[in-house]
Design a protein around this ligand. Structure first.
Ligand SMILES: NC(=O)c1ccc[n+]([C@@H]2O[C@H](COP(=O)([O-])OP(=O)(O)OC[C@H]3O[C@@H](n4cnc5c(N)ncnc54)[C@H](OP(=O)(O)O)[C@@H]3O)[C@@H](O)[C@H]2O)c1
Length: 226
């Protein structure tokens, strides 16, 4: 797969290297072409580097790491994204005291509105950079969930495959509107991670359990609550 990285910071560099290790063709984009090239040199494995515009033109799948910066602001020709998959891994700025307002529109939905012909997928925003450092081994053993939300089912499957290829357990999280909840989860995991001691990193794993035998608590009764 051809993968373009928009912004060669912590997320872009880490995911780009991991995907290159899996045999994908990766182009590291940056506002500064020299930084993109330097990241490709670090990544090796035939990766390329340059500008964000070049990365967007090169790829079929684009990792968007520029927080709250929209394609129409950042790219000289945003139409190049039409029909491509854009993975939005962004979280909001942390407000003072973690006092988050309710999320009325996710960053991913905002991105999708900016480039309506692209297929935007929310993913990886609940995964700290430190967790990627463990991928794909020994990460696989921990069965860490990556929540994948987006309106295009095929695009969701593609991104789930990219997550599983580097050692995560992908969780199909449905339509893009659900990114509001996934972003809330990202905010929550950051809250938890900030309280961890150095060298320990929180993750979220969804466990699917068997039905209890006997229902000794009376089982789930009918309820009028929605
Ligand atoms: N780090 C984590 O553990 C983590 C985990 C989950 C989600 N996230 C989310 O992922 C996103 C990226 O995080 P990160 O850790 O990779 O941050 P980062 O290391 O600061 O990298 C972000 C990159 O975005 C680009 N950028 C920054 N300001 C920009 C602007 N005004 N215009 C255009 N591009 C700009 C820069 O790339 P160039 O300098 O190459 O242009 C920068 O290196 C954030 O929304 C963050 O909340 C981060």
């Amino acid at each position: 797969m051809k993968i373009g990285i928009i912004g060669s910071g912590n997320m872009g560099r880490s995911l780009g290297i991991l995907w290159a290790e899996q045999g994908h063709q990766v182009f590291f984009g940056s506002r500064d072409a020299e930084k993109g090239k330097a990241t490709a040199e670090l990544a090796e494995r035939g990766t390329q580097g340059g500008t964000n515009n070049q990365a967007a033109a090169f790829a079929d799948v684009i990792l968007w790491t520029a927080r709250n910066i929209m394609p129409k602001e950042l790219l000289s020709n945003p139409e190049v994204l039409d029909s491509k998959i854009i993975i939005d891994c962004n979280n909001q700025d942390i407000p003072e005291g973690f006092a988050y307002p309710a999320i009325l529109e996710s960053l991913a939905e905002k991105l999708a509105k900016n480039v309506p012909q692209a297929r935007v997928i929310k993913a990886f925003n609940t995964i700290g950079q430190e967790v990627f450092e463990l991928a794909p081994e020994p990460l696989k053993d921990y069965r860490v969930s990556v929540f994948v939300a987006g309106d295009d089912e095929q695009a969701r499957k593609t991104v789930m495959g990219l997550a599983e290829g580097i050692g995560f357990l992908a969780v199909d999280s449905g339509v893009l509107r659900n990114a509001r909840l996934v972003e809330g989860l990202g905010d929550f995991i950051r809250l938890i991670m900030i309280g961890q001691k150095q060298g320990a990193y929180a993750t979220i794993s969804i466990n699917v359990l068997p039905t209890a035998q006997g229902q000794r608590l009376g089982g789930r009764q009918a309820s009028s609550l929605k």
